[in-house]
Design a protein around this ligand. Structure first.
Ligand code: PMP
Length: 360
């Protein structure tokens, strides 16, 4: 418990921001205090502090700005992308700020709040049948870009993805742990941009830090050892045979992305630990209810793996766990199963403990 003898004060950020995009990154790394961590110290990097609420804000701004720098994206040109949500929300923010129309393709199995958020930010959301999985929404985005001459953001193949994690996410970890012990970094993968970007920097500058990668227990694409079929542009040509639908939205599409392949080919991870969706949901609930840290299912899953790492790690180990987004994005998903709208028996009892303003 910290000493609590006077009111908290703050000093401002010491600058005025010229636009919302300049607020991306520099997310806080926060220590876990109440949840038992088996003799380790666990920190989480809370990506919900990004302006559109997830780690994908970083990728979104860099995809657009790298394309502006190269001339691949022309002023006013429409941007199109297949995304399960966070990339779409990030792109919608960036495109709104910079004045590009955005079209997102998305399987209808993803949470409805994500669609509405993107539409709120001015994007068009084109739903694709869930039976066609991630591959179907990807094919739709490619087809639309070819048919209309739109700029395809290509988060699963573009160099702009891992580059921004190398230039920002990894640099923040290096700076915040400067002079401090860091034994493990734990992350999952969607595109693989986070792990590939972190791997480039940590392998060179903090080789003693072990990188732990995780994937859903029922969709162990890397764990299966089965290579991904690709075409000459590095894009997948078929759904991966080890894929099964899983509840960890934003993780593990039904193919091994080219961006992730870099981490596999360069051995950017020291261990691969699968996690069941139910354990990830419990991890997110524990973070919310015992630490006051609100994250999504992928953050809860990464945290559950960090706890597993802590169980076998040497006493006193320091572990950093990536939390990609906020739990608020999951109101209509299994994360909120058991979180009731109506009063339960204990709440009714509290209500009845005084005679005022009672429900019928
Ligand atoms: N969790 C969530 C909720 C995500 O949206 C994503 C990105 N799709 C990830 C994790 C994985 O990040 P990356 O794409 O960098 O591997």
């Amino acid at each position: 418990m910290s000493e609590n003898t006077s009111i908290r004060t703050t000093a401002g950020r010491g600058r005025l921001y010229s636009n919302v995009l300049d607020t991306i990154g520099d997310t806080p790394i926060i220590r876990i205090n109440t949840i038992p961590t088996h003799g380790a110290t666990i920190y989480v990097k809370a990506e919900a502090f990004n302006p559109a609420g997830s780690i994908k804000d970083r990728l979104a701004v860099n995809i657009i700005e790298a394309a502006e720098r190269s001339g691949a994206l022309k002023p006013g040109q429409t941007v199109v992308e297949a995304t399960s949500g966070n990339t779409g929300i990030g792109l919608a923010m960036v495109c709104a700020q910079k004045g590009y129309p955005l079209v997102v393709t998305m399987a209808d199995s993803f949470s409805v709040e994500r669609r509405r958020l993107m539409r709120m930010l001015g994007a068009k959301v084109i739903l694709t049948p869930r039976a066609l999985k991630g591959f179907g929404m990807y094919q739709k985005a490619v087809a639309l870009s070819k048919a209309h001459g739109w700029f395809l953001a290509s988060q699963f193949e573009t160099e702009a993805n891992a580059d921004i994690h190398e230039a920002t996410t990894a640099r923040e970890i290096m700076a915040d742990f400067d002079g401090s012990r860091l034994d493990y970094v734990v992350t999952g993968y969607g595109t693989g941009g986070t792990v590939s970007g972190l791997g480039r920097v940590l392998r060179k500058e903090r080789p003693e830090t072990k990188i732990i990668l995780t994937e859903p227990a029922n969709a162990q694409l890397i764990g299966s050892g089965h290579a991904q079929e690709r075409d000459t542009t590095n894009a997948p040509t078929a759904s991966h045979p080890a894929f099964e639908p899983h509840p960890i939205q934003g993780w593990t599409p039904d193919f091994i992305p080219a961006v992730l392949q870099e981490a596999i080919d360069n051995a950017y991870y020291d261990d691969l630990i699968p996690i069941a969706g139910a354990d990830g949901i419990q991890g997110a609930k524990d973070l919310a209810q015992k630490e006051g840290i609100f994250t999504g299912i992928s953050g809860g899953s990464t945290f559950a793996v960090a706890l597993k790492v802590a169980e076998t790690a040497p006493e006193g180990s320091v572990i950093l766990c990536m939390l990609p987004d906020t739990g608020e994005r999951y109101l209509s998903t299994p994360l909120f199963d058991g979180i009731a709208e109506d009063m339960d028996a204990s709440e009714v009892e509290i209500s009845k403990s005084t005679p005022d303003a009672q429900m019928d």
